[in-house]
Each structure stands twice: as structure tokens, then as C-alpha cells.
Design a protein. Structure first.
Length: 259
């Protein structure tokens, strides 16, 4: 048996949840473990093929209630061949809408036996006041508890019994979610040109001279990982969404499990 932890995680929130679930499965099965980080652009150009002896824990953040559009090409080329899967969605304390259902559907269509699914909360990309600091300690404990339940289903080779929350057809993604966005503004006085923003961008949007190449997906990696706090979202649309989120979506939400 081989365990693969696969995730797209620009700000490392999804990475933490997948890691917590995966750690439990590793301890249960003591099998060879591989990590596939789909955040770098080159990793999304590969094809990933699995077999009946494989277990995959997959996680992605929720973008507008859906699976991030830039993952479509790599997910379309997955080959499950009977591998067992645990799928996770991580959202910014608003709602995950159809993202978890869509993820489970994709994996089933690609030949995986989906044994468990979970929705977890991470700090929102637009605001540290919405899901701030999450996944926190309680979230990691919840992810580990979910991992214990998921391991039982994986070992038994049984599909999810509880209907997933979500709708088909999935929530329509508007132009604001699919079109490139203005990159977070750079404060030249704070910037030390360390290059951290260039290295963490999952779509290679920031050029060596720190200019915007026009492909930003507003993941906030360059904002959250800048050691000088020299970047921030200045786009009017994002500012309006952030204001709405901070007004309506600060009440703590809890993870949801489907097994």
C-alpha cells in the first residue's frame, strides 16, 4: 500500500489539514508515503496515475464555492484505477457550497473509490479577521479525529454512505472568479526585494522586477508570506468582498465530515 498526500495550498492552510489527516492514516497503515504539492505550476503539468493498492488524501481550498479552476487540467488527467481516496475542502469560514461534492465527483469519475470527505476551515485569503489563524489547534484535532474514521472506511474499502452537502449542477462561477485579478499592491518603501513573493506565487504571476504579469488568482500567498508586509489587496472588488465577509462571516464555523 502507498499513501499519497496531494494538495494545492498557496497559504499552507490546506497543507496543514491534509497533513493532519494523512498522519493518522500513516500511523494506521504504516505504509510508504508520498507528498504531491500541486501549488508549484510545474507540479500541475504532470499526470498522476494510481492503482488498487494506493490511498490518496486530496485537499484544495474553496474558490467561490467550487474547486479552484486552475486545478481542472491536472485533475482531468488523474487516473485512479480503483485507488481509495479521502477528499477535503478548506474554506474561509463563509461556506464551501458545492466544492466538496464537486471534488468527490471528480475523483469518482477518475476511477477512485471515495471513502470519506471533509470540509474544514482556514483563514480567508482576503482577511485575517475571517477564520483568522485557522486551522487552529481545535481544527487539527478535528482533522485527526476525521482521519481515524476515514482510516476505517479506507481499510474496509467502503464508499461514503452519508450524502454530501452540495448541488448539481454546481454553483456557477462568475467572471470575477475565472478572470485574472490585479495583483496585490506593492509598497515600495517597505519592500526589500527579497524575492519571497516571486517564489511563493503558484501561477508565476510576479516577474523578477516585481511587476504584475496579469495572471493573479488572488490566493494571497504573496500577501501572507511577505516578511515586510509590503503587499496588500487594493482592488475595489476584493475590498468590497472583504468588507462583506468581515460583516457577515466571522462567527466560527465547524468542520463537517461525510463517511
Amino acid at each position: 500500500m502507498k499513501l499519497t498526500l496531494m494538495y494545492f495550498s498557496p497559504t499552507h492552510t490546506t497543507k496543514k489539514v491534509v497533513g493532519a489527516v494523512g498522519k493518522v492514516l500513516f500511523e494506521k497503515f504504516l505504509c510508504h508515503t508520498e507528498v504531491v504539492d500541486l501549488t508549484p505550476a510545474l507540479a500541475r503539468e504532470r499526470e498522476y496515475v494510481f492503482g488498487e493498492d494506493d490511498v490518496v488524501v486530496f485537499g484544495a481550498p474553496v474558490y467561490g464555492g467550487r474547486v479552484p479552476p486552475l486545478l481542472a487540467p491536472v485533475l482531468s488527467k488523474l487516473q485512479g484505477n480503483g485507488a481509495r481516496a479521502v477528499v477535503l475542502s478548506v474554506y474561509g469560514n463563509r461556506d464551501y457550497d458545492d466544492a466538496l461534492l464537486e471534488t468527490a465527483d471528480i475523483f469518482a469519475e477518475k476511477g477512485f473509490l471515495v471513502c470519506a470527505a471533509g470540509a474544514f476551515i482556514g483563514e480567508h485569503s482576503y482577511s485575517d479577521k475571517v477564520g483568522g489563524g485557522r486551522p487552529d489547534r481545535d481544527d487539527i484535532v478535528a482533522a485527526q479525529s476525521f482521519g481515524i474514521i476515514a482510516a476505517v472506511k479506507v481499510k474496509a474499502g467502503k464508499p461514503i454512505a452519508k450524502p454530501l452537502r452540495g448541488n448539481r449542477p454546481y454553483k456557477e462561477l462568475g467572471a470575477s472568479m475565472t478572470a485574472p485579478k490585479p495583483a496585490p499592491a506593492l509598497d515600495a518603501e517597505k519592500c526589500t526585494r527579497c524575492g519571497r513573493c516571486v517564489s511563493v506565487c503558484p501561477v508565476n504571476n510576479i516577474a523578477a522586477d516585481l511587476t504584475d504579469r496579469g495572471a493573479c488568482i488572488a490566493c494571497a500567498a504573496c500577501v501572507k508570506f511577505c516578511p515586510q508586509r509590503a503587499r496588500e489587496f487594493a482592488d475595489e472588488h476584493i475590498a468590497a468582498v472583504r468588507e462583506k465577509l468581515e460583516k457577515n462571516c466571522t462567527v466560527r464555523r465547524s468542520p463537517e465530515f461525510f463517511v
